[in-house]
Design a protein around this ligand. Structure first.
Ligand SMILES: [Fe+2]
Ligand SMILES: [Fe+2]
Length: 249
């Protein structure tokens, strides 16, 4: 496997690896700054591939922060491998993520971030948003780069296959089609629709991101507010009722 690297926003590098066994991309995002920040580690078994890619952008030993949304192997499976090559690296995650998962799993103590807390990494200011169960997981959170208005949005806007790095239209329609198609597959209902789901989407939309850094599929540049509001409607239509809202007899 080999990664494709694309600078999707200033100092923001999308490291994309297509995994043929899954038929999807696993994308990490490296923000190059005084204290480099990596969003998602990728799988433990993909560590060498990710390491090679990161090494072409920064000295891996300089990696300072490792962020992710929720505790899953594609999000943070290689965390301890990163700790092994980057002596100053530290995971940042939600309070729940630290308490429930990383305080035991991580070889180095994580830094738990409160909802809304700012992580200064140099020129970039990252705001942590606690988003329980969005996209999934009690511990879930997302990061918003206030400097470049990039939302690091984990599994939201999921698209399968090996699409182009960045698109500038149609992201919400793509995501809706995938959400609808997945209702009949083994990975249906990856996002539980709760009484709080729409509030989270409204809060994300209000950030007015101009780039959406998407973990699986193309990233998006454009009106992020509109894309998120459209995704909120799709989620309500397709996930808030049994059978994707279809009548059953
Ligand atoms: Fe996930
Ligand atoms: Fe994921």
């Amino acid at each position: 496997m080999q990664s494709t690297i694309t600078e999707i926003a200033p100092d923001t590098y999308r490291i994309s690896t297509f995994h043929p066994d899954f038929g999807i991309q696993f994308n990490q995002f490296l923000i190059k700054d005084d204290e480099p920040f990596l969003m998602h580690t990728g799988f433990k078994r993909m560590f060498q591939t990710t390491l090679d890619a990161v090494s072409s952008i920064i000295a891996p030993a300089d990696l300072r922060w490792i962020g992710f949304s929720h505790f899953e192997p594609d999000e943070c499976g290689a965390l301890n491998e990163w700790h092994g090559v980057a002596p100053r690296s530290q995971a940042v995650c939600s309070v729940v993520g630290a308490m429930v998962c990383l305080n035991d799993y991580a070889d180095r103590a994580p830094r738990a971030l409160a909802d809304g807390e700012i992580l200064e990494i140099g020129r970039h200011r990252l705001r942590f948003l606690a988003t329980p169960h969005v996209p999934h997981g009690w511990d879930a959170g997302l990061y918003f780069d206030e400097t470049e208005k990039t939302l690091l949005c984990s599994d939201l806007f999921f698209q399968p296959g090996d699409p182009v790095p960045l698109i500038e239209s149609g992201i919400a329609d793509l995501a809706r089609d995938v959400m609808q198609a997945s209702l009949n597959g083994p990975l249906a209902r990856d996002m539980p629709y709760t009484a709080f789901t729409d509030d989270v989407f409204q809060r994300l939309a209000a950030l007015e991101p101009t780039t959406l850094a998407i973990m699986h599929g193309s990233s998006y540049r454009g009106d992020g507010r509109k894309a998120i509001l459209d995704l909120a409607v799709s989620a309500r239509d397709l996930l808030s009722k049994p059978n994707g809202g279809r009548e059953t007899t």
